[in-house]
Design a protein around this ligand. Structure first.
Ligand SMILES: Cc1cc2nc3c(=O)[nH]c(=O)nc-3n(C[C@H](O)[C@H](O)[C@H](O)COP(=O)(O)OP(=O)(O)OC[C@H]3O[C@@H](n4cnc5c(N)ncnc54)[C@H](O)[C@@H]3O)c2cc1C
Length: 495
């Protein structure tokens, strides 16, 4: 049905872009409304980003933090899920265009909630990404897992051969915000505690874990006091904290940093991880061009106090993509914003007056440093140590989606925090190399599939093609046997 075919009784169509915190909570908040929701997202899962570092360091499996969106929403009758990367939003025509492997879908909407989040920013040095992956997706976390555990394996191999292995046993995390701190703390625990008995030729406790940041303190959003205590805790764990050090170059074997004094230093390290900056989803550019709403340096779009775009009360933007009242890029901003947008859409359909402007309720922030050590800020309260760590556990358990995932996460935490184990150490070669390999294809994964219409669709035609292939293969097998070519070395056969 096109917009012109619509009758006054047709349900109000809401398109939600993204299946992250904003997208999922916005869709769920519309479950009792008289609307038809289409959630368009480029992944089939809802990702709990705050626990990505635990996937990267072998504590949790990817399934525990990324359940399928389809399953989460299976009971919501007014919601459907559409896989696709949104490439265009036409505010005039009220359409959203998405693509997946060369298939295009155009979805029409009456109201739109845009919650496409943010990606890693390399501050204009995107080529650093080749050797220093960020941590925004399941792919990133699994790649990092492969790189971290792989580095220990290569070091073992090198030590056995008498090679220099310092660069293999040095791990650098760039960015001392919550993600960087959590990652550095976990790699240190891995090296100094978990893996200490697993190798024969290397002493994993000698591994260097370095946390680098251009700022002068660790965890700036937590204030000076908590920042200083976190730095001390990290140092106790054996993490070297290098502050005031800007990364100026990254290559396969290491990275260069420059201090404010002008002094430069090269660190030899095969495993690097980037957690230094964020850039709002590029969809903000098209929204800005069409509305004149300005973008800030991180690409976030300025929205009205009710989270709508200027001149487009039917379009709400929420979460990491917005620039409003210096709101931080945290999950609660996205969740509360999406719920606010859903309530406004529902209220309009019931002819209710508009809500008051969006007000963010800050429930607090926390970051884990290692087992039993965390920092938390709740209102005026500043907490450190075991109490903050227990709070962190409780809050994350509440927000992990699905009962089964909560139970298995607790079990894995027991194994890793009380014991020494890591249940999820499996990694594959493809996890380590696929991202860079795909980048070499101009059209990415789309280059690996045929155009949808070039494959015969008729099942009997497909069967005929497959049968011909199988028969041809069988004829070749028989010929090789009859000609006595099986088991004959190739050179001999050629001669
Ligand atoms: C490693 C890490 C740790 C974090 N730790 C914390 C923490 O401890 N506490 C906290 O409060 N916050 C934390 N955050 C921040 C928090 O995760 C984000 O603020 C929050 O996810 C923002 O929600 P969102 O809905 O705006 O975006 P996201 O949750 O990022 O969701 C964006 C969605 O849009 C989809 N998408 C993107 N582009 C397109 C497109 N073109 N077409 C279709 N779909 C698209 C994505 O696949 C995703 O589903 C962390 C973030 C990271 C990366």
């Amino acid at each position: 049905m096109t917009s012109t075919d619509r009758t006054p009784t047709s349900p109000h169509r809401v398109v939600v872009i993204g299946s992250g915190f904003g997208g999922l909570f916005g869709t769920k908040a519309l479950s009792r409304s008289d609307v038809e929701v289409t959630m368009v997202a480029k992944t089939t899962h809802h990702l709990f980003q705050p626990l990505l570092y635990q996937v990267a360091t072998g504590i949790l499996s990817e399934g525990e933090i990324a359940p399928p969106t389809r399953e989460i929403l299976s009971r919501q009758k007014n919601a459907k899920v559409l896989l696709g990367e949104v490439t265009d939003i036409d505010l005039e025509r009220r359409t959203v265009t998405s693509h997946v492997l060369r298939r295009q879908t155009v979805s029409e909407y009456d109201s739109l909630i845009v919650a496409a989040g943010a990606s890693q920013s390399y501050f204009g040095n995107d080529h650093f990404a080749e050797y220093a992956p960020g941590m925004k997706s399941v792919d990133d976390a699994l790649e990092l897992r492969g790189r971290i555990f792989g580095a220990f394996e290569l070091a073992e191999l090198g030590a056995q051969r008498g090679d220099d292995i310092d660069h293999l046993l040095t791990f650098v995390v760039v960015g001392a915000g919550p993600t960087g701190v959590e990652m550095a703390g976990q790699i240190a625990e891995l090296a100094h505690r978990t893996l200490k008995r697993d190798f024969h030729y290397i002493n994993t406790r000698e591994a260097r874990v370095i946390l680098v940041d251009a700022a002068d303190q660790v965890l700036p959003p937590f204030g000076e006091r908590l920042g200083a205590s976190s730095k001390k805790e990290l140092e106790k764990l054996g993490v070297e904290v290098m502050l005031g050090a800007m990364v100026t170059g990254v290559d396969e074997r290491g990275l260069e940093v420059k201090y404010r004094t002008g002094r430069t230093e090269r660190i030899s390290a095969v495993t690097k991880m980037w957690a230094a900056g964020v850039q709002a989803n590029p969809l903000t550019k098209t929204l800005s061009q069409q509305t004149g709403a300005p973008l800030d340096r991180a690409g976030r779009i300025a929205v009205n106090p009710d989270l709508t775009l200027p001149g487009h009360p039917e379009v709400f933007v929420v979460g990491d993509m917005i620039n409003l009242d210096h709101l931080p890029g945290v999950a609660q901003v996205a969740i509360q914003g999406a719920k606010y947008a859903a309530k406004e859409i529902d209220g309009r359909l019931k002819n209710k007056p508009p809500q008051e402007p969006f007000h963010y309720f800050d429930k607090g922030s926390m970051a884990i440093i290692s087992r039993f050590r965390a920092v938390a800020m709740v209102g005026k309260l500043r907490l450190t140590g075991v109490i903050a760590w227990l709070m962190w556990l409780a809050v994350h358990l509440v927000y992990i989606t699905g009962f089964k995932n909560r139970v298995t996460a607790v079990l894995h935490w027991f194994v890793s925090f009380l014991g020494r184990g890591r249940s999820e150490r499996t990694s594959t070669e493809q996890q380590i190399f696929a991202r860079n390999a795909l980048k070499q294809l101009a059209g990415g994964a789309s280059d690996l599939v045929s155009e949808p219409d070039t494959v015969p669709r008729d099942p009997s035609e497909l069967e005929r093609v497959r049968r011909e292939e199988l028969e041809e293969r069988a004829r070749e097998e028989a010929r090789l046997t009859d000609a006595g070519e099986r088991g004959v070395p190739v050179e001999q056969r050629a001669g």
